[in-house]
Design a binder for this molecule. Structure first.
Ligand code: HEC
Ligand code: HEC
Length: 475
């Protein structure tokens, strides 16, 4: 099984930190960057690895002091893992899918035209400005960097500046392998430098990221093993990947092979934020388990890292035919390879625990209306019976059948729980793009309020609805 999951190219040792030593950049920015990196040395890399200036509003945890006797390093380790650890998933992303070759392009030891920075930004990948030497920032500002040149993408990867992607490179500058980290989906940038380029904000859902389009860059032979796991042909896999669109991913596809809802819409869900989750019992839209359960699940079965995952719920062949057939509930590292995931779960959970939801910018909502909305939320509208402040989900058991909230049970039935988890609502303002509810079916918060108003016969006036929306924007 593992040869399939982890890919045909798993013979390449990940060695993903090897490139951190001073390296000679031979491509990109017409030599300018070569100078910058040679002078800046590994310092720039180390700084980027530690997150640079970390000015994002989602990072207030920086100010926290650790009480005596606690494991001081755990949160920092978790941050490093969240941002930079691929769990040796290169075997899948480059070994199987060959995305390293597609990104590099024929001119730089890969295949095809390559992926330019412009294309990378257009599918929602983000660039961490703090990982770019000052001279490079100036060159970009001055329009001296060719954003149509795939060689520049390689340079950005060498600088570890592409959020959530990790390249390893050969001595001659060609890419050896590529992996993904948690940050590719659950971090973005604040666009302070340019659209798609800025300071990292961890925990924010990247609602620009078109994961389907990125995976669809893989050549036919790269998608063949994926098609085989799913029991379909490559064309079908491509149709499914194209159906996702920006800000979405389908974590259940590899379990049940269901790509579309009964009405023909994509079965993919929105990428949720990974902030504001401390104190919340069950995680994911359908309550698969704890943060730690889900992190192990994702690192093993979605990112395709090398690790251990046990979950006998996935043996249920009626519900999870793909997972049961491939024994995804009984994953161990392939012979001769070490578990790269299990030892990191504690630190990863510690970091997620301190990712608080970002506060809404001043004047981004009407505070008088929000105050009236708060009273409606706990009173007439009855929202707080499920979204209990300050968690905004139920302390305790936080699952509901679709019928409790007036929606179908399709996605809930794709989870072992058969239920939807009450979504914690803090930081809603920061993930409005793509809509609300698990599949984004309600484009705006007003649509959500209108839905509850008619489903529960709340009798809200137009002003009350607006007050509720202003309150939701203030959380
Ligand atoms: C390819 C994009 C992608 C990657 C990579 C990814 N996730 Fe997620 N994550 C998702 C999606 C989509 C969901 C929602 C899944 C669902 O509800 O079925 C999710 C759900 C979550 C949740 C639950 C949030 C909540 O509201 O309860 C957490 C926590 C999380 N991910 C953390 C991580 C961590 C940690 C990693 C790295 C080990 C990671 N994710 C990697 C896309 C991703
Ligand atoms: C019976 C419990 C329950 C009640 C009452 C309830 N909700 Fe929800 N709420 C949920 C569940 C469960 C979800 C997740 C739905 C999904 O993802 O498909 C949700 C989702 C949401 C979302 C979407 C969050 C996101 O990130 O997509 C918003 C906003 C919301 N509720 C606001 C409200 C408001 C406002 C009220 C009162 C008018 C309310 N809820 C009443 C259970 C409830």
């Amino acid at each position: 099984m593992h040869s399939v999951v982890h890919g045909v190219g798993a013979d390449r040792p990940p060695g993903r930190r090897r490139w951190l030593r001073p390296l000679l950049i031979t491509v990109g920015f017409g030599g300018l960057l070569g100078v910058a990196v040679a002078c800046g040395g590994g310092g720039g890399h180390a700084a980027s690895d530690d997150g640079g200036s970390n000015q994002g509003p989602g990072n207030q945890q920086q100010a926290m002091a650790a009480p005596a006797g606690t494991n001081l390093g755990l949160v920092d380790q978790g941050k490093q893992i969240f941002r930079s650890d691929t769990f040796a998933d290169e075997g899948f992303w480059s070994g199987t899918l060959q995305l390293d070759k597609v990104i590099a392009g024929g001119q730089h030891g890969g295949v095809g035209p390559g992926v330019s920075p412009k294309t990378a930004l257009s599918v929602g990948l983000k660039v961490d400005v703090d990982a770019l030497p000052a001279s490079v920032q100036q060159a970009i500002k001055a329009g001296q960097v060719n954003l149509d040149d795939p060689g520049v993408t390689l340079t950005l990867l060498k600088l570890n500046s592409v959020v959530g992607l990790r390249g390893t490179f050969n001595e001659n500058g060609t890419m050896r392998s590529l992996g993904v980290t948690c940050a590719v989906c659950h971090s973005t940038v604040d666009n302070s430098f340019a659209p798609g380029i800025g300071h990292r904000v961890d925990g924010w859902a990247n609602r620009d990221l078109n994961t389907g389009a990125i995976v669809n860059l893989a050549p036919d032979e790269g998608l063949q093993p994926v098609a085989k796991i799913l029991g379909v042909d490559v064309d079908t896999v491509r149709t499914v990947l194209k159906s996702w669109g920006p800000g979405k991913f389908d974590a259940e596809l590899f379990m049940d092979g269901k790509a579309f809802q009964p009405d023909g819409k994509s079965a993919a869900t929105l990428i949720p934020p990974a902030f504001g989750l401390a104190g919340v019992n069950l995680h994911t839209f359908t309550g698969w388990g704890s943060v730690t359960q889900w992190n192990a699940f994702v690192a093993n079965l979605e990112m395709h890292g090398v690790g251990t995952y046990y979950d006998t719920r996935l043996d249920n062949a009626d519900k999870f035919p793909v997972a049961a057939r491939n024994k995804f509930g009984h994953v161990t590292p392939p012979p001769g390879q070490k578990d790269q995931i299990t030892s990191k779960l504690a630190a990863l959970a510690a970091y997620e625990e301190v990712l608080v939801a970002p506060k809404p910018p001043p004047n981004s909502f009407n505070s008088d209306a929000a105050k009236r909305g708060a009273a409606l939320f706990t009173g007439k509208a009855g929202c707080a019976s499920c979204h209990v402040p300050p968690l905004f989900t139920e302390p305790g058991q936080n699952l509901h059948p679709g019928s409790d909230i007036g929606i179908d049970n399709f996605q809930a039935d794709r989870s072992p729980t058969g239920m939807y988890r009450t979504t914690p609502l803090k930081g809603l303002w920061a993930h409005q793009q793509g809509g609300f509810y698990h599949d984004g079916r309600f484009p705006t918060l007003m649509d959500v309020v209108n839905h509850y108003n008619s489903f529960q016969n709340l009798g809200l006036t137009a002003q009350e609805k607006n007050d509720l929306v202003q309150y939701l924007l203030s959380l």
